[in-house]
Design a protein around this ligand. Structure first.
Ligand code: SF4
Length: 67
């Protein structure tokens, strides 16, 4: 498992279709903007690391990556 020190900040690219899955999985890290595109909130809490990995796996268009 990747540790907090090894992990980078997630970001959402332009392929997001606004399905909301990442927000449902981890709303402490992901949110939807007014155009229904997801974005990553500043991530400072290592307790969210597993949820971020789950959101990456759940994204239907592979729009979430680490910087
Ligand atoms: S799971 Fe993927 S497609 Fe769905 S809102 Fe999040 S980034 Fe966008």
């Amino acid at each position: 498992m990747t540790t907090f020190e090894e992990k980078k900040v997630p970001y959402v690219n332009e392929t997001c279709i606004g399905c909301g899955a990442c927000v449902a999985i981890c709303n402490e890290v992901f949110d939807l903007d007014d155009d229904w595109k997801a974005f990553a909130i500043e991530w400072m809490d290592s307790s969210n690391a597993t949820w971020i990995d789950d959101a990456i796996s759940a994204c239907p268009v592979n729009a979430i990556h680490y910087k």
